[in-house]
Write a protein that binds this ligand. Structure first.
Ligand code: UD1
Length: 426
């Protein structure tokens, strides 16, 4: 299993090209099931999760062509997908277990083929993460759903029909699943209390380009007018806001200065304000964002994770690493997932002073962290350890790097190009 070795203490300077957003790419790929036309996605990130979903789509009958060089090597690949016919409607446990986002094929399969059998994802490291909200929404659109043998068996023999779905809590995946299903339903489905994440908006815009009728894009109520058929289109995936926030914090924690090429401030919501309060200078240009530590040590700020435009749960672990080196205390409260503090004991092994009480962590900043051998537990937790290691004195060895590879494209190359002493040990 690969490991990453980092020698900390070097300020990062230079440019990092932000990749296409993984969490936008996954629902966009699932959307290819809605049409017999060709969906062409550009700015595709080169990640394990993308390959996992591509494998599933192939099993369902999708023809896939990947062009690696179209936009210059890794800088953004182009994926062409054509689901002329859906030949299978089953998403097996082996794939859904590897990646929960496989559940996103449920809505499109049901809408296009009138049936789907999708494995229940089971728990994951950061919480129980049920899919009840997805299933209740599909039932409201007229689907018959049965849970049997660890699978969701969904049927809509007479097609889906419009209804008002009021989400009991904001769910990104449920909003995406239901939005895709709604595009081909009869009548006017309404999604109330929908997620407003930029990835949802990106999906809605692509669906509109495919011929869907959707109003209220970017807001918390999406009104769909179902159509009989969608067609193919070309769509460029938005830049990854979580990767952007992570590298912004890498600049801040090392006292360096980075230009994040292609990054978009409007996708970051509360992150920019929180970082500014902590003493990070962020300026926008037509090339992206310039980030550097304003002066002296960072200051502790309180942060609570919330749905967009609030501070994202996917940047909580990284923010905790940053606050571990700040002056003063910081209270970090996680409201989205119940068990998302697994990075705390690992950060503590690097000298961080953190106390968890329920859903909040009290971080007392210290001037220096120290390198240690640590273990990645999930995607965002692992990158928080990379940030801590970049700032720490001495050497850090990060185990279980496969978590990192699910969501960060060429992380060690991007950081090394900006002066980090980082290498992958095969
Ligand atoms: C997506 C992101 C993930 C991010 C999360 C929250 C993708 C592929 N993943 O995950 O990186 O951390 O949004 O921004 O885009 N819930 C239920 N029942 C449901 C659905 C969700 O109780 O049917 C709960 C979840 O357990 C969680 C909360 O709702 O506590 C939010 O989850 P959700 O927004 O659905 O996250 P994902 O779409 O899985």
């Amino acid at each position: 299993m690969d490991r990453i070795r980092i020698r900390g203490g070097r300020p990062l300077t230079g440019e990092i090209a932000i990749s296409g957003a993984k969490n936008a790419a996954l629902p966009l790929m699932a959307a290819c099931l809605l049409t017999d036309g060709t969906l062409r996605l550009s700015n595709l990130p080169h990640l394990v999760d993308i390959a996992t979903l591509a494998n599933l789509l192939v099993q369902l009958g999708v023809e896939i062509r990947m062009n690696g060089a179209a936009e210059g090597g890794h800088a953004g690949r182009v994926l062409e997908m054509t689901a002329r016919r859906v030949t299978d409607t089953r998403a097996p446990y082996e794939l859904v277990r590897k990646m929960r986002a496989s559940v996103l094929v449920l809505g499109p399969l049901l809408a296009r083929a009138g049936r789907a059998e999708v494995s229940l994802p089971g728990g994951c490291a950061i919480g129980t993460r049920p899919i009840d909200v997805h299933l209740k929404g599909l039932e409201a659109l007229g689907a018959e759903i049965e849970l049997r043998d660890g699978y969701v068996h969904a049927r809509a023999p007479r097609g889906l029909r419009g209804a008002e779905i009021v989400f009991p809590a904001v769910s990104v995946g449920a909003t995406e699943n239901l939005l895709m299903a709604a595009t081909l339903a009869a009548g006017e489905p309404r999604l109330v209390n929908a997620a407003r994440e930029p990835e949802v908006t990106d999906l809605a815009q692509c669906l509109i380009a495919m011929g869907a009728r959707i109003e209220g894009v970017g807001g918390d109520t999406l009104v769909v007018e179902g159509v009989g058929r969608l067609g193919g289109t070309e769509h460029r995936i938005i830049p990854d806001r979580i990767e952007t926030g992570t590298y912004a914090m890498a600049a801040a924690i090392t006292g360096g200065a980075l230009d994040l090429l292609g990054a978009r401030a409007e996708h970051l919501g509360a992150v920019i304000e929180v970082l500014r309060q902590a003493g990070v200078a962020i300026t926008e240009s037509d090339r992206g964002l310039h980030v550097e530590r304003a002066d002296g040590r960072l200051r502790g700020v309180d942060v609570m994770t919330e749905p967009f435009p609030g501070f994202p749960t996917d940047l909580q672990a990284q923010m905790m690493a940053l606050m571990a080196t700040a002056e003063g205390a910081s209270m970090i409260t996680e409201t989205i997932f119940e068990n998302r503090f697994m990075h705390v004991p690992e950060l503590a092994r690097m000298g961080a002073d953190i106390n968890v009480h329920g859903a909040s962590a009290m971080v007392r900043g210290r001037p220096g962290l120290t390198g240690a051998e640590v273990m990645a537990t999930d995607l965002r937790a692992s990158v928080s350890l990379v940030l801590a290691a970049l700032a720490a004195e001495g050497e850090t060895l990060l185990n279980r790097v496969y978590h990192l590879d699910r969501g960060y494209e060429r992380v060690e190359d991007k950081l090394a190009a900006c002066g980090a002493e980082i290498e992958r040990i095969k």
